[in-house]
Design a protein around this ligand. Structure first.
Ligand SMILES: [Zn+2]
Length: 315
C-alpha cells in the first residue's frame, strides 16, 4: 500500500506492526476497512454470525456475501485493500472463551475493539483487556440510533470500563435477575448513525495504536487524558432521561440557535473511583476501600456525569 497522503499524521511504520482484534464484524465492517486503509495490517476477527439479507441495508456487506460468515466477508475486504495483510477469522461467540484460550489465541493483541451492543460481550471485553493489560475501545449505539458512545482504556488509565459504567453494571445485574434485557434494540439505527460513531472510534483507534508519535494521532490519547467516555448526539431528539445532556455539558443556553445535533462530549469517571470495581480487584489487584478511609489513591477532575450510567436503563 501507498500511504504518502496520510503518513504525516499517522505513524505508518508503527501501526503496521500492531495486531488488532475486533469483536463484531457486522456494522463495524467499514471501520475495519478504513483502519486497513490507515495502515492496520494484522487482524483477528471474531463474530459467530452469517450475513443475512437484512444486514445489507446497514453493514457494509453485499448481497453476494449473503450466507457466508461475516468474518470471512470482512477478511476478503481487508485483503482486497491490502493483499499483504494477515487476517485470522474466528466465527465463534467471544464470551465462550476461557481466560486461558484468550491468552493463547489473542495474547499478542495490541488493541481490542468491541463493536457490539451486547453487554455480555462488552463486560467480558473489559475482563479480557485487564487480563492481558491491553488497550481497548468499546463502541455502542443507543436505542434507535439517536445517540451513542465510544469508551476507551489503556493500561495507564486508572478507570476500566466497569469503573466508568458502574451504574450500568448494577442496572444490568438487576435486569438479569428479573429476566429482562437492557441491550438496546438496534432497529432504527442506520449505517450513517453507525458510521458517525465509527469515525470517532477510528480516531481513537489510530491514537491508541500510534500513541506517542509526534503527529496529530500520536498526541490524541494524551490530549484526552482520563476523558475516556465519549458521548455523541446523532439526532436532535437525543435525550437521556428527558435531559439534553450534551447541551448541558457544553454549557449551551436554550437561546443558542446554532446548536442542533452531531455533538460529542468527552467525560471522565462519573464516580471518581468511589465505586468498588470487581474487575480491577480481580485482574489488577486494586483493592477497594471506601473513600472516607482515604483509600482512593488517585485524583481525577470531578464533573457531574450522573447521566452516563442512566443511559442504558433509560433505553
Ligand atoms: Zn475497574
Amino acid at each position: 500500500m501507498q500511504f504518502a497522503r496520510i503518513e504525516n499524521v499517522i505513524d505508518i511504520p508503527a501501526i503496521q506492526t500492531k495486531v488488532v482484534t475486533i469483536v463484531g464484524a457486522g456494522g463495524s465492517a467499514p471501520l475495519i476497512e478504513n483502519l486497513t486503509r490507515s495502515g492496520v495490517q494484522h487482524w483477528k476477527l471474531i463474530d459467530p454470525d452469517m450475513i443475512e439479507n437484512v444486514n445489507i441495508s446497514r453493514q457494509g456487506h453485499s448481497p453476494a456475501d449473503i450466507g457466508i460468515e461475516k468474518v470471512e466477508a470482512v477478511a476478503n475486504k481487508i485483503r482486497a485493500i491490502n493483499p499483504g495483510a494477515t487476517v485470522e477469522c474466528y466465527p465463534i461467540d467471544f464470551t465462550s472463551l476461557s481466560d486461558d484460550e484468550i491468552r493463547e489465541v489473542f495474547g499478542d493483541t495490541d488493541l481490542f475493539i468491541f463493536a457490539t451492543d451486547s453487554f455480555a460481550a462488552q463486560s467480558r471485553g473489559n475482563e479480557v483487556a485487564l487480563l492481558l493489560n491491553t488497550s481497548a475501545t468499546w463502541i455502542g449505539l443507543y436505542a434507535g440510533g439517536l445517540g451513542g458512545e465510544v469508551v476507551f482504556w489503556h493500561p495507564e488509565l486508572e478507570c476500566c470500563f466497569q469503573c466508568l459504567c458502574s451504574g450500568r453494571y448494577k442496572a444490568q445485574a438487576k435486569a438479569k435477575n428479573e429476566n429482562r434485557s437492557l441491550d438496546p434494540p438496534s432497529d432504527g439505527a442506520t449505517i450513517f448513525d453507525i458510521q458517525l460513531l465509527d469515525s470517532i472510534a477510528g480516531h481513537l483507534c489510530l491514537g491508541l495504536l500510534t500513541r506517542g508519535s509526534d503527529n496529530r494521532f500520536g498526541k490524541l490519547i494524551d490530549q484526552l487524558g482520563d476523558r475516556q467516555f465519549i458521548q455523541v448526539s446523532i439526532s436532535p431528539d437525543f435525550l437521556v432521561n428527558d435531559n439534553d445532556v450534551i447541551r448541558k455539558h457544553l454549557g449551551i443556553d436554550e437561546n443558542c440557535l446554532s446548536y442542533f445535533a452531531w455533538n460529542a462530549i468527552a467525560l471522565s469517571d462519573p464516580d471518581q473511583g468511589n465505586e468498588y470495581c470487581p474487575d480491577c480487584e480481580k485482574y489488577r489487584g486494586i483493592k477497594f476501600l471506601p473513600p472516607f478511609l482515604g483509600a482512593t489513591s488517585f485524583l481525577r477532575g470531578r464533573t457531574d456525569q450522573s447521566h452516563v450510567d442512566q443511559t442504558v436503563e433509560s433505553t
